[in-house]
Design a protein around this ligand. Structure first.
Ligand code: COA
Length: 162
């Protein structure tokens, strides 16, 4: 499995994969999904690739993206806080350790001198047991539940100090 930052040439396949995974997810309302997929239009991906505070990473199997992640540094890299917004694996490739591998690779990258990140933060829907189990296994801690948060839905707030 090759895990790396995407390039402009990857934008169409990355967009297709991310949109499909988000739209198939049972844990979000239709409104949330509709809003979330805006971040994964080909146009938005191409513009995000010019923004150093946004990281778009793919896991590729024989050149084909099977996993995606998107995260950003709110208020700049110097804050040291990285918001992991999305991580998803193609349903046909789940339960084979790809998400684990993507999180390890992301952590390694964020700890380098280039980023110097000290904390990763993310939110997870309370119904999403697979995701909560994944983040627990990767030593993230649950801080609280944010009631009526994004798009009026409840989210649990997780973090990991690096
Ligand atoms: C959550 C998700 C990213 C996990 O990806 P994955 O590649 O299948 O996960 P891995 O194979 O690396 O599993 C790592 C750990 O995650 C947990 N996990 C993954 N899938 C699970 C499931 N269906 N049920 C329970 N735990 C699960 C386990 O702790 C697992 O460790 P183990 O295999 O030692 O038991 C994947 O199910 C997915 O893409 N879901 C839809 C999108 C989504 O909800 N993303 C998260 C919101 S940002």
């Amino acid at each position: 499995m090759n895990i790396s930052k995407i390039k402009e040439v990857d934008a169409p396949a990355f967009s297709k994969l991310a949109k499909r995974i988000i739209l198939e997810s049972p844990d979000y309302s239709d409104t949330t999904k509709k809003e979330c997929i805006h971040c994964f239009s080909i146009k938005k991906i191409k513009s995000d690739l010019k923004d150093k505070t946004i990281l778009l990473i793919a896991a590729k199997n024989k050149g084909k993206p099977v996993g995606f992640s998107r995260g950003h540094f709110e208020d700049g890299i110097a804050t040291g806080i990285f918001w992991l917004q999305w991580l998803g694996i193609d349903a046909a490739y789940r339960r084979s350790g790809i998400a684990d591998e993507m999180l390890s690779s992301l952590t390694k990258k964020l700890k380098t001198k280039k980023y110097g990140t000290h904390k990763i933060v993310c939110v997870i829907r309370p119904e999403n047991n697979a995701s909560m189990s994944l983040f627990k296994k990767n030593k993230y801690r649950k801080l609280t539940t944010l009631k009526k948060h994004w798009y009026g839905e409840d989210f649990t707030l997780w973090y990991k100090n690096l």
